[in-house]
Design a protein around this ligand. Structure first.
Ligand SMILES: *[C@@H]1O[C@H](CO)[C@@H](O)[C@H](O)[C@H]1NC(C)=O
Ligand SMILES: *[C@@H]1O[C@H](CO)[C@@H](O)[C@H](O)[C@H]1NC(C)=O
Ligand SMILES: *[C@@H]1O[C@H](CO)[C@@H](O)[C@H](O)[C@H]1NC(C)=O
Length: 447
């Protein structure tokens, strides 16, 4: 029951005691007035609670300043700012019905000098007449978001003083046009000359194609500038001249013309303590990119050319290296094969020599034995005839004993010899040196 009572109490002012079409959200200290249901003017005295934050929705057409259809507001000169809730900035938001046209006049806002925030959302703004916001005077933030701006003149914002209001819950000093198509492709020349106390200017996604070099020259306190997602390809040189307070420039999503002279602001920013946030994506010239290295601007073509030359050089050196390497390897292989071949030859020579020695010795042995045999027989025959002789003939040479020394030293055959060299000549010194060679190369060849 008590819950229902609270609901009714909260709801009552919105339903019963406020202007038709207006409702109050106490939590956000916000009056919402719907243009479909209201009947103008909205009388200050009809509001149960003094309006501090006003949201006008479903606007389609004009917010009249005078009879017969208006004015839009009446009696708001009685607003007592001392009664405002300090947690919220006094504000007016004008929200159109799906990009409907908006027609406003300077006197529409005649009694609204107490506003700190002005927001126009999703409106097709047919015109921003001369000094249209001048009654509003000082504001902490001014924003146009969504929709479009069909017509703007140099003095559209004259009398609007965007400045950082230090007593505001969030001191901003910001002038913002965001996601709103500026159909002419540029701000009216001099349009921001009157926004000269702003510290933040955001011109984001407005289809701006041209920014004059003097656009911000009337904004000496500009500290934070955003120009993201516009159709510009460069920003003019000297655009930041005299902006001594400028510290943050944000430019995302711009298709830069990346010739070196168009990227002047990169070294300028670093020289002037300006932080540039954003991606520099080059659109023209095709395949062109510029790098600033200190004071030097190097284009992508320079880099590509340099990289190409470097690549060719590296490839050349590499290729040459491979050839040299292969050549050396080949040469080494040849030398190795030659060495092995030589050693085999020597071994073959050696074996041939050994065999020849053996054969010689066998021949010698056989000859010796034949001689001894003959001699024995002769002696035997003589003894038979005369007397037995005690004389012993020379013992036949033992084949194994004879060659033992020589043979054993030659026995360690480092590799199996399958060679078929038929050169039998073996010079003794050559043989000895080959043998040394053979031993030193033993490991090398067999493993
Ligand atoms: C900017 O601030 C100065 C000093 O408060 C003031 O004199 C000047 O009128 C302001 N600019 C605008 C456009 O109101
Ligand atoms: C600059 O403005 C942008 C947009 O409101 C904001 O996000 C950013 O924090 C601001 N930067 C500084 C340093 O105030
Ligand atoms: C940039 O900042 C440095 C250190 O904060 C300062 O010494 C220098 O004077 C500044 N330069 C400019 C152009 O503001």
């Amino acid at each position: 029951m008590s819950f229902g009572c609270i609901l009714i109490l909260l709801y009552l002012p919105g339903v019963l005691l406020n202007p038709v079409g207006c409702s109050y959200d106490a939590t956000n200290v916000l009056y919402t007035c719907n243009a479909r249901y209201w009947s103008l003017p909205l009388l200050f005295s009809d509001f149960t609670i003094q309006p501090q934050r006003i949201l006008l929705v479903d606007i389609a057409g004009e917010l009249p300043a005078s009879a017969p259809n208006g004015p839009t507001f009446s009696g708001f000169g009685s607003t007592n700012t001392a009664l405002f809730d300090g947690r919220f900035s006094p504000s007016l938001q004008i929200m159109c019905f799906v990009n409907s046209d908006l027609i406003i006049f300077m006197d529409t806002f005649a009694d609204f000098d107490w506003l700190d925030e002005v927001i126009i959302t999703d409106c097709n703004i047919l015109s921003l007449p001369v000094q249209v916001f001048s009654h509003i005077g000082d504001v902490n933030s001014f924003t146009i978001e969504g929709g479009s701006i069909i017509n703007m003149v140099a003095n559209s914002f004259q009398g609007l003083n965007v400045k950082k209001i230090t007593t505001a819950p969030t001191p901003k000093g910001s002038f913002t046009i965001r996601n709103s198509q500026i159909t002419s492709g540029q701000l009216a020349p001099g349009a921001l000359f009157n926004i000269n106390n702003a510290t933040t200017i955001i011109l984001e996604n407005n289809h701006i194609t041209t920014i004059g070099s003097d656009t911000f020259q009337g904004v000496p306190h500009l500290y934070n500038l955003t120009l993201s997602y516009n159709d510009i390809t460069s920003i003019p040189e000297s655009i930041f001249t005299n902006l001594h307070a400028l510290e943050h420039v944000t430019i995302w999503g711009v298709q830069w013309d990346c010739t070196c002279d168009k990227l002047w602001f990169i070294p300028y920013a670093s020289d002037n303590n300006i932080t540039v946030n954003g991606d520099i994506v080059c659109y023209t010239p095709a395949g062109y990119y510029s790098f600033h290295i200190g004071e030097v601007c190097i284009t992508a073509l320079d880099v590509v050319n340099f990289a190409t030359v470097l690549l060719i050089l590296i490839l050349t050196i590499f290729g040459f290296g491979i050839i040299v390497h292969l050549h050396c390897k080949e040469k080494n292989e040849e030398e190795r094969i030659e060495k092995v071949r030589g050693i085999r030859n020597v071994m073959a020579d050696k074996i041939a020599g050994i065999l020849r020695n053996k054969i010689n010795k066998i021949e010698e042995f056989v000859q010796d034995n034949i001689d001894i045999y003959r001699e024995k027989n002769k002696i035997r025959e003589e003894t038979k005839e005369n007397q037995p002789k005690t004389e012993t003939p020379t013992s036949p040479r033992n084949l194994n004993e004879v060659d033992e020394n020589e043979y054993s030293s030659d026995d360690e055959n480092p590799c199996e010899s399958d060679d078929s060299r038929d050169d039998d000549d073996l010079d003794e010194t050559e043989y000895q040196s080959s043998k040394r060679d053979l031993y030193t190369s033993h490991e090398d060849i067999c493993h």
